[in-house]
Ligand binder design. Structure first.
Ligand code: ZN
Length: 228
C-alpha cells in the first residue's frame, strides 16, 4: 500500500453555532490552515481503529467525550466557536486525550489523535483571505494556524519573537507567540516550524527559494557577462 500523506480531518459535529458552516469563508480558511500543516508534516501515524477520548468541546468549553476511529497518518480536529473564552482570548486550541489509556501512534513519540480548536465570537473576524486583513478586524487564518499549532502540541513561543516567514526571508513575529494584534496577518515562521520539530513532528525538507533564486540570478549574471 502506498504511504499516505499526513491528513488533518476536520470534524464539524461539535460546531453548534455553525461558525464554520458549509460553503463559508470561515470553513475555507480552516481548510487552508489544515492544508498548510498537511504540506509540511511527514510523520507517519498508526491508525486508531476503536478507542475513546476526550477534548475540549469548542462550543461549550466543557469536556466532550468521543468515540475515536481514526485512519493511519490522520489526526482529527473538532472545531467550533463560542463567546467568553478564558480571559478574553481570541481562541483556544488543545490536544485531545485518550481515555483511559493512551495509544502510541508512532514509536517513541507522543500519542496524539488530534484535539479541538475554538474561535471567540466576541471579535470581528476577516475570513476573506490567507494573506491580507481588513483594518479593524482580526485575521482568522492567522488565528487558525496558531490554534492548530497548539493542537499539534506546540506551546507558546516568547512574546514578540521575530523569525522569518517559513519558506521566505521575510521577517515576521512568530505565529505561536502569545498575541495576535488587530489588523495583522501572522503566517507560520521558521521558529514555529522549529516548535513542531521540537515536539516530535517530522517536517518535509523545502527548497529555499531565496538561495535557489540567487543561484539562478548568479547564472544569469554570468550569462550576461559572457554576452558582453
Ligand atoms: Zn495560543
Amino acid at each position: 500500500m502506498p504511504a499516505k500523506a499526513f491528513t488533518i480531518q476536520l470534524d464539524y459535529s461539535l460546531d453548534s453555532s455553525s461558525f464554520f458552516s458549509e460553503g463559508s469563508a470561515e470553513r475555507d480558511r480552516l481548510e487552508d490552515a489544515a492544508a498548510f500543516f498537511e504540506g509540511v508534516i511527514t510523520t507517519e501515524l498508526t491508525a486508531v481503529p476503536s478507542s475513546t477520548g476526550f477534548a475540549t468541546d469548542p462550543s461549550s468549553g466543557g469536556p466532550a467525550f468521543l468515540s475515536l476511529n481514526i485512519a493511519a497518518d490522520t489526526i482529527v480536529v473538532y472545531v467550533g466557536a463560542r463567546g467568553s473564552i478564558g480571559g478574553g482570548a481570541l481562541g483556544e486550541g488543545s490536544s485531545g486525550s485518550f481515555s483511559p489509556v493512551p495509544i502510541p501512534r508512532e514509536p517513541g513519540n507522543f500519542a496524539t489523535w488530534g484535539g479541538s480548536i475554538a474561535v471567540s465570537t466576541d471579535f470581528t473576524w476577516d475570513a476573506s483571505s490567507t494573506n491580507s486583513v481588513a483594518a479593524g478586524e482580526y485575521h482568522l487564518y492567522s488565528l487558525l494556524l496558531h490554534e492548530l499549532g497548539h493542537v499539534l502540541g506546540v506551546p507558546h513561543l516568547a512574546e514578540g519573537l521575530i523569525s522569518t516567514i517559513y519558506g521566505t526571508s521575510t521577517p515576521q513575529e512568530a505565529a505561536l507567540d502569545p498575541t495576535l494584534n488587530i489588523s495583522t496577518v501572522k503566517l507560520f515562521t521558521d521558529a514555529d516550524i522549529a516548535g513542531l520539530e521540537t515536539v516530535g513532528w517530522e517536517i518535509a525538507p523545502i527548497p529555499e527559494p531565496s538561495s535557489s533564486l540567487l543561484a539562478v540570478l548568479a547564472c544569469l549574471g554570468l550569462l550576461f557577462k559572457r554576452r558582453r
